[in-house]
Write a protein that binds this ligand. Structure first.
Ligand code: AGP
Length: 580
């Protein structure tokens, strides 16, 4: 997820574009760049956070300009891979948010036609394709290029001698701010609400030819009219897309994140070859990533019969278990000191190492022999939600590939099931949890790590003590803590452990603790037994992991919100723990 901005009008574009990019840094901040068109196209780009010092505005003249702030997906963050990208002549410049899935074959074909590439990005193919079709009319050159692109894109294109910006979108957001003889194109309304509150929302397949006088839109080639709408948000709201907190915004991004990650993991053949190396797979991680690692253990062992051990990153360095096979380090940020130290240790022991991370170019990618990227985009809220979902997507995609796609049918529709889980009411459970002294989360098998993650979310943001347990473990001690003030969240979706979960719930009820039961629509037994029944649509086991996780994220979020907690920046925590 990157941020793009374009300006055409009477004012100098570079500053307006750069200020707009600063508003979009929450979408990505590992490199940035601006291109303006005066008599010719001038590009300035740099790795790192946006800072005026790195831009020489005296060079960047012209009242037509585009810019980009990056969240790397293809090609590590550096000056070369920063956007804008140009064609061979340097006369055409492109900025892009999204992923061109067929870029590798387009690139091969263009190199075969004599094009020279200067970056490792998927985006650069767009500049060369426009060049291929350019014969003096930028709009038709872009229109001929779009059908060749597979994947998602929001792009802005400018060219030498052309007093226009071509803006096009498919599956990535793009809006156009309508000013007085000026237009501002952007990934969302944050860059433009200081200039205008009149906005056009482009739809998939739209391509807009934006000049100072007008904005002409076609959809898949046919002319269309898009309404100009009035925006009444302030900056903070806009950054959160109208959500009150980044965490809730990120929870609602999970259907797309699951889909994107599912489709990108197939691009990591080197990691797959390491995974097929003999020996026990070891996973090292911390916090939510550790819970994802535990999920991998249950999934790999139950679906592929591959032995897996999972180690807490901070323990691994000092109590390194005997290692034989590949070692996987799971880390959203790619910078968690304990996980990095563990992977370095594994490498020193001669083990093949694989990173599963959300940040291209992060330290872990430089330690590991191979990297699998999750596609969650930047996660602003300290509490991991969409990154955990993306780690799950990566894990089940690996298994599906190892099982010759026997899970494909379920996985391809899973993002829709997540959408449904976002709408399941949990209010009664929130009322029970907000006054709780302690909350226990229980599950069995695959739902044990899900219970651990649910408890961590509640702890992190509501400050209510919460513990996740393998359901059978409760009677070996924690039962002593049960009381009417200690609600128990019990995950009892259909499967081989359902009957024993029912008896565990009866044991808990017998000791006076209220139970919130998470099950499926049509279950006749569980609703009778529990105090609050949360019903999800029936689904496969893998789908249930994702949908139950969404329910537990929302339970924690709504409880913390009811208690007025600082949800995005909980006390005493950091998004990335870079010290041991
Ligand atoms: C989870 O909500 C927390 N932010 C924390 O436990 C986190 O998962 C842990 O610090 C690991 O971070 P990483 O995935 O970036 O390595």
């Amino acid at each position: 997820m990157c941020g793009i901005v374009g300006y055409i009008g009477a004012r100098q574009a570079a500053k307006i574009v750069t200020e707009g990019l600063k508003r979009l840094e929450y979408r990505g901040y590992d490199s940035f760049g601006v291109a303006t068109m005066n008599t010719k196209v001038t590009i300035a780009k740099k790795s790192g956070r946006i800072s005026d010092e790195n831009l020489n505005y005296t060079d960047l003249l012209g009242s037509v300009g585009i810019g980009h702030t990056r969240w790397a997906t293809h090609g590590v963050p550096n000056d070369r891979n920063a956007h804008p990208h140009a064609d061979c002549t340097g006369r055409i410049a492109v900025v892009h948010n999204g992923i061109i899935e067929n870029y590798a074959e387009l690139r091969r074909d263009l190199i075969g036609r004599g094009h020279t590439f200067t970056s490792d990005t998927d985006t650069e193919v767009i500049a060369h394709l426009v060049e291929e079709h350019y014969s003096g009319d930028l709009c038709s050159a872009v229109a001929e290029t779009l059908p060749l692109l597979e994947g998602s894109y929001a792009i802005l294109v400018i060219a030498e001698g052309e007093q226009r910006i071509i803006a096009a979108r498919k599956a990535s957001p793009l809006v156009i701010g309508v000013g007085d003889r000026e237009f501002i194109c952007a990934s969302d309304v944050t860059p433009l609400i200081d200039h205008t509150r009149r906005v056009i929302y482009l739809e998939d397949g739209d391509c807009a030819d934006v000049t100072r006088a007008e904005c002409l839109i076609t959809q898949y080639g046919g002319p269309v009219k898009r309404p100009i709408e009035e925006v009444d948000w302030d900056i903070q709201d806009a950054r959160k897309g109208g959500f009150p907190h980044y965490m809730l915004k990120e929870i609602f991004e999970q259907p797309q994140v699951f889909y994107n990650t599912l489709h990108s993991v197939r691009e990591a053949p080197d990691a797959f070859s390491l995974l097929s190396k003999p020996g026990m797979i070891s996973i090292v991680a911390c916090g939510s990533s550790f819970h994802a690692g535990l999920l991998y253990k249950y999934l790999f062992e139950s679906y592929c019969g591959m032995p897996v051990r999972v180690e807490i990153g901070s323990e691994f360095k000092y109590y390194t278990p005997p290692l034989s096979g590949p070692v996987i380090g799971i880390t959203q940020s790619g910078e968690t000191a304990d996980t990095l130290a563990a992977l370095k240790m594994a490498k020193a022991c001669g083990c093949p190492t694989i990173a599963v991370t959300n940040v291209v170019g992060s330290s872990v990618t430089r330690i590991a022999d191979a990297t699998i990227y999750t596609r969650a985009g930047p996660e602003m809220s300290v509490a991991a939600t969409k990154s955990f979902m993306a780690q799950l997507a990566a894990g089940v995609q690996i298994i599906d590939c190892l099982l010759n796609h026997s899970l494909e049918n379920e996985l391809e529709r899973l993002n829709f099931r997540i959408e449904e889980a976002l709408m399941v009411p949990v209010d009664d459970a929130v009322i029970l949890c907000k006054d709780a002294k302690s909350i226990f989360y229980i599950g069995r098998g695959l739902f044990y790590p899900v219970a651990l993650e649910g408890a961590l979310k509640m702890k992190e943001i509501s400050y209510i003590h919460a513990e996740g347990y393998a359901a059978g473990e409760l009677k070996h001690g924690p039962f002593a803590l049960l009381s009417p003030d200690t609600p128990v969240v019990a995950i009892a979706t259909p499967g081989r452990t359902y009957p024993v979960m029912i008896s565990n719930i009866k044991e808990i009820k017998a000791r006076g603790a209220p139970v919130i039961g998470i099950g499926v629509i049509g279950d006749t037994q569980l609703p009778e037994l529990v105090d609050i029944f949360i019903a999800l649509p029936k689904s496969g086991e893998v789908t249930a992991i994702a949908t139950v996780s969404v329910i537990l994220q929302r339970l924690a979020y709504l409880t913390a919100d009811t208690l007025g907690c600082d949800i995005d920046k909980p006390r005493n925590l950091a998004k990335s723990v870079t010290v041991e």
